[in-house]
Ligand binder design. Sequence first.
Ligand code: CP3
Length: 343
Amino acid sequence: MEKPLLLQTLSGEKTARPPFWFMRQAGRVLPSYMALKHKYSFWQMMKNPQLGAEVTLLPVHDLGVDAAILFSDILVIPYAMGMGLDFTDEGPVFEKALVHRSHPLEGLHPDPTKLHYIYDVIDEIIRTKPSHIPLIGFCGGPLTVLCYMLEGLGRRAEFPDAIDFMFKNPAETQQLVDVICELTLEYIKGQVKHGIQVFQLFETHGALVPFEMYKALFLPMVEKVAAQCRELNIPFIYFPKGIGAGISEITPEHCDFLSIDWQTPLEVARKLVDPAIGLQGNLDPRVLLADELTISKTLEGYLDFGSKNQNWIFNLGHGFKPGIPYEKIQFMTEWLRSADWGR
Ligand code: CP3
């Protein structure tokens, strides 16, 4: 059987078109997902292997994307440290966020067995997925996970108390990153053992601290994740959203592919990023709120880059938001499949 398109691109092979998948492709925009959401809670869907596998594969069947991404969340790591976690209409909420504790470092009990329910979901996905579709596993980046752990409020995107804590307590911040890192590395091993074929790290809140601080406190964990993936022979995509020109300091020690946000044009990113690193990205999904002509014009803007760059995965600059019309997403996927990529 031919190697899946995404894996060909990740291993540096030439392909007739760029592979595509979309961040948050399962849990925000599909009518088939919305129907399930009426019946089941997010935790139910994440914990039940049949449901978790079904949701993971919805975008493969509905949209024909070139990869599936595990249906789970980045906050399963703090949950597996004993932080009670609820997903509410206001976003994720922890029972007691760390900044509200008198001793933020105490009371965390990392327990790798509390991640086992996810391995059951992965087993079921591997059993039921089409063989030409690779499964992407993921975790949150250290800064992003720590923001939620410290402050605990999902929709307050600036995390002011968490960031103040990091400036005031660099030593404790380092210790917390180490705790997150240790469990994350264990979790990656588990995901790979159960069959994920690509790994992505979502550093969604990369813009919240100065890049020098990010480099000192958080980037070393990214390097450890990259080393872990290399040892396990799995391609690693890193998505540091909002680090701006900081992408020029990312080296092949940090990742195989770098996912670019929509603030940075791909051509500019290509000049800034080490040529040994492939790129992923970077459409703003809100383009899909416009009419089809505008969407086609925006997509045409990617043809030149795609004809010249084989080491590129088409994706969004950040995940889908609710409210993006499904028909427009279908329009985009058909466009991507049928375009003349000049290769
Ligand atoms: O397609 C997918 O949705 C794949 C699975 C997935 C989820 N979360 C499911 C989810 C992935 C890859 C994530 C990653 C994630 N989770 C990130 C990084 C990527 C990003 O979008 O920035 C972050 C920051 C989180 C934290 C998180 N979890 C937030 C802010 C929320 C609130 C609502 C939302 O949709 O973002 C969640 C809950 C969550 N995670 C839901 C889903 C489907 C919604 C649950 C619900 O409201 O029923």
